[in-house]
Design a protein around this ligand. Structure first.
Ligand code: ADP
Ligand code: MG
Length: 361
């Protein structure tokens, strides 16, 4: 079990070819607390696998240090770091039995035979592999093979952390849900530090207590699912989390006044320190906007309504920008003179993509 600290980590794949110019991971400082269940979430290519491989030791970072329980492990191999890692595709011995595959990581470490047997049977039972223990792995379905991969990571009691790199991508949807709950259950039971990489927000939000959002090589926010939803610290988090994502409108902000598309809006906080010249935006989630017919809200043009039953997503246009509103499924959509009202406590101001702390007025 380990507390894993990333100290100013950057990585460039260019270094072999000479000077590092492009960075896949940029100046990351982060602590993965011992026993935490983390999701590392971000779109394809943002640097998740690179980050995970730096933690496990498959990659040595160009800059920075990795510390396990305050010990510098940057130069150590994965085996020396005592980490288990599961990849997208099964890594198993096809010609051996399921039992052999699960026992291997333990036998390899000289664990006594009766302890090996106890652990193998326990993990096989949790993953529903008991009936296949004597079969050769090559006879099994790809889903079952991936379960063996998970089992090989989970079978050891002494690992510092278990890292999962999109392990359920190719798994059948129903089984996927089931395996995710199994991982959660094992996490509670054994107190492993778990880092689970995914590009799927639902997967991240249901698996993790803490979600780390990556964008373009940086960690842009670390928080609970609720924090990411209520208060995105970066416009990317607003846009990437939620369905549809947060609305962003170019704005001019001065004190507690905002101008959006020619309309003045009184903000709930004041922003005296806005620096001039940067890109300023107002962000508000579609769930925190009311829609009315007439009244003193900002006029919008309704373009389309997606009726999802429980809710309706109303696609509107405001000052040439798309603007989404989510309303209850049983609410009427205004036939004309549609206006929006913002829940001002849940409106955020962003400068060059990052949230600006307002002052209470
Ligand atoms: P993710 O796992 O989030 O999809 P990766 O960590 O795999 O992202 O990739 C981050 C960036 O690094 C991407 O631009 C990718 O093209 C680049 N990259 C990844 N692996 C290599 C490699 N072995 N050599 C060169 N560039 C790589
Ligand atoms: Mg990846």
């Amino acid at each position: 079990m380990a507390r894993i600290q990333l100290d100013n980590i950057s990585h460039s794949y260019d270094q072999q070819r000479g000077e590092a110019t492009e960075f896949a991971v940029k100046g990351v400082d982060h602590v993965w607390e011992q026993g935490g269940a983390y999701a590392l979430l971000g779109p394809s290519g943002c640097g998740k696998s690179t980050m995970l491989n730096i933690i496990s030791g498959l990659i040595t970072p160009t800059h920075g240090r990795v510390l396990f329980d305050d010990r510098d492990v940057t130069a150590l191999t994965p085996a020396q770091r005592n980490i288990a890692q599961v990849f997208q595709f099964p890594v198993i011995y096809d010609s051996q039995s399921v039992y052999w595959n699960l026992a291997f990581p333990l036998r390899n470490r000289g664990i006594a035979a009766h302890d090996v047997d106890r652990r193998v049977r326990k993990i096989a039972s949790v993953l529903d592999l008991t009936d296949s223990l004597d079969q050769r792995a090559q006879r099994l379905t790809s889903d079952a093979k991936q379960k063996i991969s998970l089992g090989r990571a989970l079978v050891r009691e002494d690992v510092g952390a278990i890292l999962f790199d999109e392990p359920l991508t190719t798994i059948d949807p129903h089984l996927k849900w089931q395996l995710r709950s199994t991982l959660r259950q094992l996490h509670r039971e054994f107190d492993f530090t778990m880092v689970y990489v995914t590009h799927d927000q639902t997967e991240a939000l249901t698996f993790a207590d803490t979600v780390v959002v990556m964008h373009d090589g940086e960690m842009v926010q670390v928080g609970t699912p609720e924090e990411l939803f209520e208060r995105p610290e970066h416009v990317f988090v607003g846009y990437f989390i939620g369905s549809p994502g947060m609305n962003l409108l170019p704005a001019e902000v001065s004190g507690n006044q905002a101008q959006i598309a020619g309309h003045a809006i009184a903000l709930s906080r004041s922003y005296p320190a806005m620096k001039k010249g940067g890109r300023v935006e107002i962000g508000v989630r579609p769930e925190f906007v009311a829609l009315s017919r007439g009244g003193d809200g900002v006029p919008v043009r309704i373009e389309r309504v997606d009726d999802l039953g429980r809710i309706k997503i109303v696609r509107t246009e405001l000052g040439g920008q798309p603007f989404n509103v989510v309303i209850d499924g049983d609410k009427e959509v205004p036939a004309d003179d549609a206006r929006i009202g913002l829940d001002m406590q849940r409106v955020h101001v962003y400068a060059d993509g990052r949230i600006v702390e307002g002052e209470v007025v």
